[in-house]
Design a protein around this ligand. Structure first.
Ligand SMILES: Cc1cc2nc3c(=O)[nH]c(=O)nc-3n(C[C@H](O)[C@H](O)[C@H](O)COP(=O)(O)OP(=O)(O)OC[C@H]3O[C@@H](n4cnc5c(N)ncnc54)[C@H](O)[C@@H]3O)c2cc1C
Length: 415
């Protein structure tokens, strides 16, 4: 049993990290009040990875990707939907919560909520360059509403261009192609997913796109987007002087952390929200978890943010444990999980574990009956990451190896 009934905990963010903090507080027997500020989306938490996969392909509905509602065994849960944490008053340990108001409603001045602890789980929002926003036919993909807007357009069988070939862009190209649409993929680098995977797997990814009928423009940057008339197609211009038109443009240009609301609060906001190894910020009662959290990974000996689904839940559980340790006068442990992500494209499952940045050698072999590539990344002779296609066992074995070798000599992978 942790906490007591007079305590108030504010959880900022209504996706996986926030959901897991609330669930974990309840699981540990917290009996105070939890104010869960779920953000501007106005939807119950859902599986974000499904957006660019099953949801776009029409294989699941919005109800089927919803996360289960948290249990309330002992805690008192107050949910603030369509509401954001707008400001932190660090001297008084309180946050200003404002509510989005609809047409015809009085604007709200907001409400200051005092807290005993604050968990920041506000994640990221899509990066949309200035001049690319607000054009009809141009969409980014971060939220359920984004995905549903794109999905609505598919019945008209639009000619589609996906800009950006990271995880979301590559998955979107694959999913839109699976819906039978003509798809062109604009890749700024030499190969899709290359910055994540290195050349060999990037080449495999490119070959898959081509085998499934996606056309690609490599080493190309979009320099402008414009609308050819009110209902006309979108005109895309490229840095090589080329041009194309599309009915639907999906931007996969990455995301930016959503922590501007903490400005002036005396916290480290240089890249997300900076915290220590136990996910505590510069203020001992404020914790971070998920995409927004920038912490020093003890195995890799460097600061990082991890923008992956399983990291958000694992960090959220750990942040609650760190808070509880503080309540009980114990020193909290470091968050040392080996990063992991997966991506589904054309029926293949790509998986990666570890942290490849700064690797000095990559060995590629084949794995499994199909002979798909399996890459192992080394730094100074030590394995720091591994990635494979349809090779879950081999990938998970490498995860266990990186974790155990790292635990026996912490900081072993430091650059
Ligand atoms: C299309 C897509 C596909 C993905 N696929 C994969 C995948 O296959 N594998 C994988 O490992 N990862 C994948 N990811 C990444 C994964 O979804 C994220 O790592 C995960 O959602 C992070 O969860 P989070 O709770 O930290 O943040 P987020 O999911 O970003 O949620 C943050 C929440 O905070 C809310 N919020 C923002 N500002 C405020 C505020 N001021 N006050 C209150 N609330 C606020 C937001 O509205 C949002 O609900 C994918 C991401 C996207 C967008």
């Amino acid at each position: 049993m942790v906490g007591n009934t007079s305590k108030t905990i504010v959880v900022a963010g209504g996706s996986l990290a926030g959901h897991t903090v609330v669930t974990e507080l309840d699981r540990r027997g917290f009996t105070g009040e939890v104010v869960w500020v779920r953000g501007p989306e106005g939807t119950a938490p859902y599986s974000r990875p499904a957006l660019s996969k099953e949801l776009i392909q029409g294989k699941v509905t919005r109800d089927e990707i919803r996360l289960p509602a948290p249990k309330e065994h002992g805690l008192r849960l107050r949910i603030a939907d369509r509401a954001v944490c707008a400001r932190l008053d660090p001297d008084a340990d309180r946050v200003l919560i404002t509510r989005e108001t609809g047409a015809g409603e009085e604007p709200s001045d907001g409400e200051w909520i005092p807290f005993d602890a604050l968990f920041v789980c506000t994640g990221m929002r899509a990066r949309v360059p200035q001049g690319f926003a607000g054009l009809p036919g141009v969409h980014c993909l971060r939220t359920l509403a984004d995905a549903e807007r794109i999905r609505e357009r598919l019945a008209g069988r639009p000619r589609t261009v996906v800009v950006g070939a990271g995880l979301v862009g590559s998955e979107m190209a694959a999913s839109l192609r699976s819906c039978g649409l003509p798809v062109e993929l604009v890749v700024q680098g030499r190969l899709p997913m290359e910055p994540v995977f290195d050349a060999e797997l990037g080449r495999f990814c490119l070959d898959q796109h081509h085998a499934h009928g996606v056309t690609t423009r490599l080493l190309t940057t979009v320099t402008g987007l414009s609308a050819a008339g009110p209902d006309g197609p979108v005109v895309l211009t490229f840095d090589d002087g080329g041009e194309t038109t599309a009915d639907l443009v999906v931007l996969g240009l990455g995301a930016v952390t959503a922590c501007d609301w903490l400005r002036g609060g005396g916290l480290d906001l240089s890249d997300g929200l900076g915290c220590d190894e136990a996910l505590r910020t510069a203020r001992p009662n404020i914790f971070a978890a998920g995409d927004v959290a920038n912490w020093r990974h003890p195995l890799f000996g460097r600061r990082m943010r991890v923008e992956h689904w399983s990291n958000a839940s694992a960090q959220a559980r750990h942040a609650v444990e760190s808070w509880q340790a503080g309540q009980e006068g114990r020193e909290p442990s470091a968050f040392a999980d080996v990063p992991y992500f997966w991506s589904d494209q054309y029926g293949l499952k790509y998986q990666m574990v570890g942290h490849a940045r700064g690797y000095d050698e990559v060995r590629v072999e084949t794995a499994g009956a199909a002979g798909y590539p399996f890459a192992t990344y080394f730094r100074e002779g030590r394995v720091v990451a591994a990635a494979g296609v349809n090779a879950p066992r081999a990938v998970m074995r490498m995860k266990a190896r990186i974790q155990s070798e790292g635990m026996t000599s912490q900081g072993a992978y430091a650059t």
